[in-house]
Design a protein around this ligand. Structure first.
Ligand code: AMP
Ligand code: MG
Length: 394
């Protein structure tokens, strides 16, 4: 039997680092920046007012109150701002360019708000409320480092610097194919002996949440020829194939039957759920074959595929955030296998409770869990209060 670590190494070894591609800003969220982003301009690009008010020369404010003529009006976006004549004030709005010669911004609240002349009652020291050129970012500076995960603020600063697109690590294209002659598409009537197909939807959304692109090839019956034909037809442009079902020890194990000795190695991994696993290639395309029980499939994704996909796409954070927390209830675990149990956190108490039984068909309990409890192979019994490793599924 393989250890979890051994199989994780096999799976991550299948994937090559994804290349850099350029995407529109609107498509960059959640992806990893491929190269350092160098500022092509200063930010702010010109000195401007941080307040609505009046631009003046500090030297002209010889007493308070003082009344000065308003020599120009400078809204944001004005392109022909002239120098400030000595002994005058310019009415100025937030973001508007400072007229040359002005060094002080008086907020409108400290004036009578006049447009011909303005009475100034008080003023801050020179420079306050003036945004200087390059105060935020200097032209030529590294503003975002390669490896940064791009979210709203990173997209914001890129746009502010004039970038319409960004170099990112290309999302992996992952094909998801379920197997099982008992499966029916959700929305259609269910016949005797049939169940709705859930794994392809679940895995595709988990793959998307991990940062990659998923294509659902739907499902095929337990028929080797059909399985091979469906895969062959769908693999153009695919970086990784993920299947579910057909890999355990029974008969009609379509994935095993089709691919044993054909580039995929099937192994038992010392974990529960998720013991039967397979990994290798279909032709030249990396392939991971997950067990069909929905909870096994999902746990296998979390343990093997999510970190492998994220490593290939350049994320630094591969694993879920993990904590050690006391159990609020006792839990048993089989010897010799690492057990992954669904859990629910009690943030107030700082504890975790096992959620549902260990059965790998108990999908609603997975759906109700917000944590995974990890119990090492040599631990068979834990009492309330014992500490366990907990992955936050978030
Ligand atoms: P298998 O791994 O193919 O032996 O399937 C194990 C269990 O998981 C069986 O109860 C299947 O009916 C169920 N199962 C397999 N694939 C799916 C799927 N895509 N969606 C829902 N249940 C599945
Ligand atoms: Mg099956």
């Amino acid at each position: 039997m393989r250890s979890v670590e051994e199989h994780a190494k096999v799976v991550s070894g299948l994937l090559s680092p994804s290349p850099a591609v350029v995407v529109d800003l609107s498509e960059a969220a959640g992806l990893v920046l491929a190269h350092d982003l160098i500022a092509p301009i200063d930010l702010p690009p010109f000195p401007n007012s941080a307040m609505d008010g009046y631009a003046v020369r500090a030297a002209d404010l010889t007493r308070f109150p003082i009344t000065l003529p308003v020599s120009q009006d400078i809204p944001a976006g004005r392109q022909d701002t002239g120098p400030l004549a000595p002994g005058t004030a310019a009415r100025i709005m937030t973001g508007a360019p400072m007229p040359s010669g002005a060094d002080t911004i008086v907020q409108v609240e400290k004036t009578d708000g006049g447009t011909e002349t303005v009475r100034i009652d008080d003023a801050p020291p020179a420079g306050v409320h003036v945004r200087t050129t390059g105060e935020d970012v200097r032209n030529g500076a590294v503003v975002l480092k390669a490896g940064t995960v791009i979210a709203g603020p990173q997209i914001g600063v890129a746009a502010a610097l004039g970038f319409a697109s960004l170099p990112v690590r290309r999302p992996l294209e992952v094909l998801v194919l379920s197997t099982g002659s008992e499966l029916v598409t959700p929305g259609l009537p269910l016949g005797p002996g049939q169940i709705y197909e859930s794994n392809s939807y679940m895995l595709a959304s988990a793959i998307t949440a991990a940062g990659a692109h998923a294509t659902i090839a739907h499902f095929v019956a337990d028929d080797v020829a059909e399985f091979r034909a469906r895969l062959s037809a769908a693999t153009a442009g695919i970086d990784l194939i993920v299947t579910s079902g057909g890999v355990s020890a029974g008969a009609y194990e379509v994935v095993k039957d089709a691919l044993t000795g054909q580039g995929v190695e099937f192994a038992k991994v010392a974990m529960q759920p998720g013991m039967p696993q397979g990994a290798g290639h279909f032709g030249s395309i990396p392939m991971v074959t997950l067990p069909g029980n929905p909870v096994s499939s999902y746990v296998s994704f979390e343990v093997f595929l999510r970190p492998a996909i994220r490593a290939a796409m350049g994320y630094h954070q591969l694993t879920r955030p993990a904590l050690r927390l006391p159990l609020s209830r006792p839990v048993e675990s089989p010897a010799g296998k690492r057990q992954f149990r669904r859990g629910v956190l009690d943030a107030g108490a700082g504890t975790v409770a096992p959620w549902g039984g260990p059965g790998s068909h108990l999908l609603s309990w997975l759906a109700g869990a917000d944590a995974m409890i990890v119990i090492e192979p040599d631990v068979t019994s834990l009492a309330a209060g014992d500490h366990v490793e907990v992955w936050l599924l978030g």
